[in-house]
Design a binder for this molecule. Structure first.
Ligand SMILES: *[C@@H]1O[C@H](CO)[C@@H](O)[C@H](O)[C@H]1NC(C)=O
Ligand SMILES: *[C@@H]1O[C@H](CO)[C@@H](O)[C@H](O)[C@H]1NC(C)=O
Ligand SMILES: *[C@@H]1O[C@H](CO)[C@@H](O)[C@H](O)[C@H]1NC(C)=O
Ligand SMILES: *[C@@H]1O[C@H](CO)[C@@H](O)[C@H](O)[C@H]1NC(C)=O
Ligand SMILES: *[C@@H]1O[C@H](CO)[C@@H](O)[C@H](O)[C@H]1NC(C)=O
Ligand SMILES: *[C@@H]1O[C@H](CO)[C@@H](O)[C@H](O)[C@H]1NC(C)=O
Ligand SMILES: *[C@@H]1O[C@H](CO)[C@@H](O)[C@H](O)[C@H]1NC(C)=O
Ligand SMILES: *[C@@H]1O[C@H](CO)[C@@H](O)[C@H](O)[C@H]1NC(C)=O
Length: 811
């Protein structure tokens, strides 16, 4: 409140004069000394304010009268009047708030804005026995607190670069108002006052708006009374996508791109800042391969090399950006590097060759060595791609020097290597001569094996002329024997780069021929120049069926023949059995037939499984040996459809087959051969001679007494199903008009023994025929232990041998 002195206002309100005598109770008035005071007071709407009439310390007035003149309005209105304890408040005073009056002081609670204006108080103050008239004016200002502000952006979402403004407004509040702004990042974080923006103004201008403006905004409004803060509002700035950044893991940058080893796991990730976040698409060589920010390639293949493009899209703004990288996939060449050493033409140097073709990038190769000087060259000096050749002087190389070819490749952390050791075989070449089959040609052979590179051999004649081509390790010269070679000398010269001097061996053929040595003619060709004979000889070539099948007990023929140009030169042909033993014509098991360029092996009486296996046919000549395997398969026949030389033989029950080995069957002799009652049937008995296993007997017959000069009719089998322990047989179905001859053979697993002598049947003894039969049977039963076995066997297998069974047990 501020107080100040002002001139006394004009006396208004004659009504108070009427009132005064009653209020003063007869006390004298001191009108002349009436004081006037004016001051200012401030109240806040809704709150309380006290307006006192005169200094607070002074005694309260005996009578007080308050009136009010609203701001800018002329007429005062009565508010309250009081005398002592009696107080009267004017009804219209409700407009000012809740008005009370105590001890002359006007109290306004729940102050209203309408109360802004001039309050005038007039009072009678008791003072030293008289009443002093005083009046005072209070200029009341009513302040309004600010209401809760609210923020309105020009747009809730805007693109980066656009002009965006946020406006903060309040419904009420006494001016002056001041504004302050706060900004918070989208995902929390500290609230900050946006720098450099019209921070105390009601409008926040973001011009141009950028991505950092995204987030929550609040506005606080202040005035004299209070401050109020708005609810936060969200401003979304959409932007992007920016240029994508591609990351490659594992990180292996190289010129113009990235690289990975084949079968490595590679992860490509793309980042293109954007709001809303980017949608990512990956393209490989321009074709879409993946949707998503990260593209993981497990065990990358070489076809997955190429360009990778990351496309980023902001679906809100419909904007796209892209970035491309080049990914190279390294893979090593297949296999391993190969090293070789070759002698130069003049045998002075060795060309060390290293090859490892393929791969990406090409493998880098270089030769190092020899071992003891390894430190000499380091680094990539002398390296080349895929192939590396080094010419090593033979004279400067010690026997046994090792050289290595080192291969390096980005996909092989450990690299690869091959090596070779240069050496000369010890000793000297050996010369030999051999005549081919039929003595048609002479082969001169020179050998010196071993060494790296191989020793180079060449033939010369005594005059120093080179014969044939130089060859490695073995040089063969074929000379046609024209009777002109006797006494001639041939030299084989061996050269190797690591040897300073050549080595040689010499051959002189046969006895000197007295006739002047004509130049031998050249074999197979007719070149005019009279040079010594020579002919290139190759390792023979063979051909044969790769597999031959035969039924058990049968005969198998394995044929093998030489083919090609060398076939006429008579290589030595041979067969080897599955145990790698050479087949000799001796044993009955095998038969060898041989021609100029073929050899057939017959395996007789094939056994299962013993004769099955790989047989080998070989051909050897001076140059080398060829070998060809032929598989012999011995099949076991099934019970049906078996085929044998005798034909029509019924299978024998397994339990009866006492003979399992296959040596020659025993000889047989016929002990009895007679007609029975009629001449349509004979009865035959026989014996075996000597040792030998057998599986049965066969009886054969044929007509005798044929007209002269006609060839004898063939033997036909009359009975083939006779089991091994039988020694007799009845044979029916004979033509009584025909005289038959019979013979018996023992059969040993499909191999026939020697046939018995041939007999013709005798006439039966006229009487006692049934008794003879019965006696014969009984006699047979007790005759031999073998017969007893037969009985056992027949009893067990009566179904299989019905005829025999009937024969024995019918009576
Ligand atoms: C009013 O005045 C009387 C007498 O002077 C005093 O007793 C009383 O306490 C005062 N009341 C207030 C509220 O000041
Ligand atoms: C965004 O704008 C503000 C002020 O206008 C500036 O300070 C800031 O660097 C801008 N941010 C970006 C990312 O451009
Ligand atoms: C805002 O008002 C609160 C009480 O409502 C007060 O504590 C704070 O200090 C005020 N702030 C300002 C800046 O006036
Ligand atoms: C992609 O291109 C690279 C380089 O041109 C090529 O090596 C690769 O085989 C290609 N892959 C496909 C799947 O097209
Ligand atoms: C050369 O060395 C090898 C072993 O590395 C040996 O077998 C051979 O006999 C040596 N040659 C000579 C001529 O000493
Ligand atoms: C040898 O076998 C072959 C092929 O089977 C054949 O052509 C040739 O006639 C047989 N030679 C002899 C003597 O059997
Ligand atoms: C007959 O075969 C058996 C078994 O198969 C054998 O033990 C016996 O030695 C063979 N007999 C003769 C004389 O070979
Ligand atoms: C079997 O007969 C043949 C010829 O008839 C004869 O060569 C052979 O020695 C005889 N074998 C025995 C064991 O008597």
């Amino acid at each position: 409140m501020e107080r100040g002195r002002a001139p006394p206002p004009p006396w208004r309100g004659p009504w108070i004069l009427c009132l005064l005598p009653a209020l003063a109770g007869g006390q004298p008035l001191a009108a002349g000394e009436a004081a006037y005071e004016e001051w200012r007071a401030t109240g806040v709407r809704g709150r309380a304010v006290e307006l006192s009439c005169g200094p607070a310390a002074a005694a309260p007035p005996a009578v007080v009268f308050w009136s009010f003149t609203p701001q800018g309005e002329g007429l005062p209105r009565a508010v309250a009047v009081g005398s002592g304890r009696e107080v009267a408040v004017a009804p219209g005073a409700r407009l000012l708030g809740r008005v009370t009056l105590r001890n002359g002081t006007l109290e306004l609670r729940e102050l209203r804005v309408f109360a802004q204006g001039r309050f005038l108080c007039q009072g009678l103050f008791p003072e030293r026995g008289r009443l002093r008239v005083g009046y005072a004016a209070v200029l009341l200002r009513v302040l309004v607190p600010v209401s809760k502000p609210f923020v309105r952006p020009t747009a809730a979402a805007a693109a980066e670069g656009a002009a965006v403004a946020l406006t903060c407004s309040v419904r009420e509040g006494t001016e002056p108002l001041s504004f302050s702004w706060q900004h918070q990042e989208p995902r929390g974080g500290p609230s900050v006052t946006p720098a450099g923006l019209g921070d105390s103004r009601a409008e926040l201008r973001l011009t141009p708006a950028n991505r950092s403006h995204t987030g929550w905004y609040i506005c606080t409004v202040h005035n004299e009374v209070n401050n109020q803060t708005s609810d936060p509002i969200y401003l979304d700035i959409v932007y992007g996508p920016d240029e994508p950044a591609i990351r490659v893991e594992p990180f292996s940058p190289e010129q113009g791109g990235f690289s990975a080893g084949e079968r490595e796991d590679v992860v490509l990730s793309c980042l293109a800042p954007s709001n809303p976040p980017s949608r990512y698409v990956w393209l490989h060589n321009g074709s879409q391969v993946h949707v998503g920010q990260t593209y993981a390639i497990t065990a990358i293949a070489r076809a997955q090399a190429g360009t990778y493009t990351c496309l980023a899209e902001n679906s809100h703004l419909q904007t796209r950006t892209q970035a491309t990288i080049v990914l190279t996939v390294y893979y090593p060449p297949a296999g391993s590097p190969s090293c070789s050493a070759l002698a130069s033409e003049d045998q002075r140097d060795v060309a060390l060759r290293c090859r490892w073709l393929g791969g990406f990038p090409l493998a880098r190769l270089r030769w190092v060595g020899p071992q003891e000087e390894e430190e000499e060259e380091e680094g990539l000096m002398g390296s080349s791609f895929s192939m590396a050749t080094r010419i090593q002087s033979g004279a400067a190389t010690r026997n046994g020097s090792s050289f290595s070819c080192l291969a390096s490749h980005p996909a092989l952390p450990l690299g690869a290597a091959c090596g070779t050791t240069l050496w000369v075989p010890s000793g000297s070449p050996t010369c030999a001569a051999a005549a081919t089959k039929g003595d048609e040609y002479v082969m001169l052979r020179c050998r010196w094996e071993g060494g790296t590179p191989l020793v180079t051999l060449r033939w010369r004649d005594a005059a120093g002329r080179t014969l044939g081509d130089p060859a490695a390790s073995t040089a063969v010269l074929v000379l046609s024997t024209d009777g002109s070679l006797g006494g001639r000398e041939f030299v084989c010269v061996a050269a190797h780069p690591l040897r300073a001097a050549a080595a040689e061996c010499r051959l002189r053929l046969g006895k000197p021929d007295p006739s002047p040595p004509p130049v031998p003619r050249r074999v197979g060709t007719s070149l005019p120049e009279p040079s010594p004979p020579c002919r290139r000889v190759e390792v023979p070539e063979l051909e044969a069926e790769s597999e031959v099948a035969v039924l058990e007990g049968g005969e198998a023929q394995l044929a093998c023949r030489q083919r090609g140009s060398g076939a006429g030169l008579g290589a030595a042909l041979a067969w080897y059995d599955p145990k790698e033993r050479e087949v000799t014509p001796g044993p009955a098991k095998y038969r060898l037939e041989q021609g100029e360029a073929w050899v057939n092996l017959t395996v007789r009486d094939a056994e299962w499984p013993g004769d099955s296996g790989i047989y080998r046919c070989t051909a050897t000549n001076a140059v080398g040996t060829a070998s060809l395997p032929v598989r012999l398969r011995v099949d076991r026949e099934s019970r049906d459809g078996r085929q044998g030389w005798a034909g029509g033989i019924e299978p024998l029950p397994a339990g009866c087959r006492l003979s399992a080995g296959y040596p020659a069957p025993p000889n047989v002799t016929i002990s009895k051969l007679r007609y029975t009652r009629a001449r349509t049937e004979v009865r035959l008995e026989w014996r075996t001679q000597g040792a030998g296993n057998l599986t049965g007997f066969v009886v054969q017959r044929r007509q005798t007494k044929k007209p002269l000069r006609e060839p004898p009719s063939p033997w036909e089998t009359a009975a083939g199903d006779i089991e091994p322990h039988s020694r007799d047989r009845r044979l029916g179905g004979l033509d009584p008009a025909v005289l038959y001859a019979f013979r018996v053979l023992a059969v040993n697993h499909r191999t026939a023994g020697h046939p018995s002598e041939v007999q013709t049947p005798a006439e039966p003894p006229f009487e006692a025929y049934p008794a003879v039969t019965g006696a014969a049977v009984a006699g047979m039963l007790v005759a031999t232990a073998a017969s007893l076995l037969a009985v056992h066997c027949l009893a067990r297998h009566r179904d299989a041998l019905p005829r025999l069974h009937d024969l024995l047990f019918r009576t």
